[in-house]
Ligand binder design. Structure first.
Ligand SMILES: [Zn+2]
Length: 168
């Protein structure tokens, strides 16, 4: 996966995002391409743009300093790129690693994206109790990541197929 560097409107580097998210931000006029790969272009029915290496947000965003990113279900799905933490298939639900019935909280470190089948199978059990293995550990996004998540989260799910491929 090739990542794209994101600059604030003030040109200060903020974070990196996936190529898909970078393209979506550009297509939605939320960012402009500052530097592109010389040879590569992304082409679709109505679109023909250079593959961005660096993009810059059109509006300045104030990044909270050391503030924790607020937890949300949608944020968890975007953080995990809509991939199930147990099987890797497309996830549409959020699973509590330690179930709420056992005192598990709505936190970044206790929640993962999960497909409906695995979420149902796991039910009110921990992964150990259910005999299921986490493919990756949940993590807390940085505030800058959370800001970018909030910019892109609706649009990622609606990406056309031709953009969903990684231009590798
Ligand atoms: Zn699954």
């Amino acid at each position: 996966m090739r990542d794209t560097l994101v600059l604030n409107a003030s040109f200060e580097p903020l974070s990196t995002v996936s190529l898909n998210r970078a393209v979506v931000l550009v297509l939605q006029d939320k960012a402009v391409v500052e530097q592109a790969h010389p040879e590569l272009r992304m082409r679709g029915a109505d679109v023909d743009i250079p593959v961005p290496r660096v993009i810059r947000l059109c509006r300045y965003v104030r990044v909270p300093f050391r503030r924790r990113a607020p937890w949300s279900r949608r944020g968890v799905l975007v953080r995990d790129r809509h991939r199930c933490a147990y099987c890797g298939r497309r996830a549409t639900t959020v699973d509590h690693v330690v179930p709420r019935a056992q005192g598990g909280q709505d936190t970044w470190l206790n929640t993962v994206a999960a497909c409906a089948e695995d979420n149902h199978r796991k039910a009110n059990r921990t992964p150990e109790e259910a005999g299921m293995t986490l493919l990756r550990q949940p993590f807390e996004p940085t505030p800058a990541d959370a800001m970018l998540l909030s910019l892109g989260q609706e649009e990622i799910a609606a990406l056309p197929d031709w953009l969903s491929r990684d231009a590798a």
